[in-house]
Write a protein that binds this ligand. Sequence first.
Ligand SMILES: Nc1ncnc2c1ncn2[C@@H]1O[C@H](COP(=O)(O)OP(=O)(O)OP(=O)(O)O)[C@@H](O)[C@H]1O
Length: 712
Amino acid sequence: MSSSGGGGKYEVLQGYYAVHDELGSGGFGKVRLATHLLTNQKVAIKIIDKKQIGHDLPRVKTEMDALRNLSHQNICRLYHYIETEEKFYIVMEYCSGGEMFDYIVRKERLEESEARHFFRQLVSAIAYVHSQGYAHRDLKPENLLLTEDLHLKLIDFGLCAKTEKGNIDKHHLDTCCGSPAYAAPELIQGLPYKGNEADVWSMGILLYTLLVGALPFEDDNMQAMYRKIQHGSYYEPEWLTPMSRQLLRSMLQVAPERRITVKRLLEHEWLTHKYMQPIKWTTIYDKNFIDRDVARVMSRYYGVETTDKMIEKIKEWPFDYMTATYYSLLSRKRRNEEIVLPLNRHAKVANQNMKQILCSPTIHASLDQNLDKSGLEDEEEEVSTSSSGGGAGSSEENLKNTNVNVVMRKKKQAQVIKPLSPERDKKLSYANAMLTMQSQFTGLSPISLKNFGSPISAHKDPITPTRGYSLNRDGQLGGTSDNKENTGYSYRVGAASCKVRGPLKIEDDGTRRSVYTTPNRPALRGLFSPAGDERRQRSKSTERSSSGLTGGSPISIGSSTSGGANESGDIRTPRGRTKTPHTRFTKRVFTSLERKKEKLITLLTPRKLQRDSPQVLKNVKNMVNVSMTAYTSPEDVRDELVKVFEQEKMKFETNGWKLVAHKESKHGWMSVELEVVKVQICDTVGIRRKRLKGDAFLYKKVCERILQLGRF
Ligand SMILES: Nc1ncnc2c1ncn2[C@@H]1O[C@H](COP(=O)(O)OP(=O)(O)OP(=O)(O)O)[C@@H](O)[C@H]1O
């Protein structure tokens, strides 16, 4: 098994999946990134240790039942489910965009249009979930993930409740569950409640966190927090538009019967604004519709005589390796990648490993029924027909290589792939636009490409980055106003200086301004008021005015040019002034040579050495959780991170370019992984963030603090 932590630990997956890094962990297990070997597609595998979860075992069954039944564009897809003596393995669609919440770590809070983009998808998912008779009951930022093109995917159905289809609004539940900060007042009071109404409340909290960047009800003391929730008093920042306020109020109604319903949410003015139509919440993933192209390719691999017969097999939805293969190929097709499988199957090893999967009755009788079919029957056949590779002792590597070779050989004769669809292009460019869009409020964006600055700016004085600087219209470097430096925190995003406003803290200073209280409860006196309000004024800060200008600076070749940046910073000459046909030609030649050199280095460098340099991010996809620094030396960034961790007295471990740090809070430990990466597009060093464990808000605070302190 490949890479970190995989080892012999997950023998049952051998030959099927290669297990890689940890993506995150929750109360119920670890989630790891893995590769579906037959199709070379990334998947996420939630691995749950039976011993560790003890009494919570039914949660797994609940989650499985829900994931098998629910199939929607905004719900993370279940691919494959495996149960062994000791563990459960839940193979899912991999959401490479990370947690949606990370999107606001960098931006502090979202503009209405961005919040609307995500929230519409959440409402769509929940409308569907409710229509199928389920209530999610654990809606929180950690459970909303993003795909590479910024589609929202709901995960974690371990706490969901099921009623008869169409009965969700009649059935009362009584189990108090979910995270306290997102739990509806009726749940906290221990009253019988309706799952759909409780979900609407949690969605209200989520919308608030998107728009405000803070929780509406928060307190270090749990009892005090419960009181706040029951009173329904929360701070309404002045920048919220009347429509946002109205929507939040309608969702955060203490009395459930006064709370807006999902049906009304679907056509609410705020949600339909500029979209001109109610949300289309019905599923586009009809389980009765099987892609013929994919089925055709699979029929050859599985030795099924006709495509139609293969379709029938897929439609049984056993959630075994075949289902995973179908979904993996489907996602390849959607990305306009080749859909090919080896002609024969070579999974003898995998077949043997699969025999370790429990076939005897277990607590999950319904699941076992399907587990018995987990590719076993098919694989028996395969052994007899397999002509190459896959002897009894062959390794996963063999299998992988065989597949890769076949895929390579087949590449030319592969299915004709449809040309890039304009629709997909549109979606991706929308995603890119979302990623690069600056917050109107904060001037920050997760990957403010415009602000990255050119290599020159990136080289500029990384040791004294407090002194932020920006570019004037001529592309000349200039200092930021003293104002910026003296007030608030200042750190650099590329060549621009940004004022970072920490998460909005709502403190008690005795005023009641802008506090909204739901009408059925008396307002609480002096509970909330904005802290450091003056720092949060909507402003067109210098970083915004400079942002559009950095793009005009020359792109230097190699680091030497940029390394020559002098202290006064006047080396930045606008493109128009320096570029002659000759320089452009020279640059093209050098750029091409550089590229070739890089390729050669990659080819010639032994694997170990390649790993010794940080990962290079080549495009803006999957950069929601990457913060740019003004540094060009990854070593400097790593050293700086270590300093910050020490300063913050955080426990941490370093593993190559990854640093995992831990912080304790009232909710337990929170672990964050920070990885130093190189960002090719702007020739600078970035920090990729990942919440491994623990409270999302603490993660947000810690990340923001680290970025401030490190002046990244
Ligand atoms: N499909 C996926 N793709 C990418 N990352 C994922 C995926 N599923 C889960 N993760 C990551 O793993 C984390 C834990 O997953 P999940 O919430 O399902 O675990 P859990 O043990 O049920 O957690 P909880 O204690 O919140 O119930 C998520 O917050 C997310 O960061």
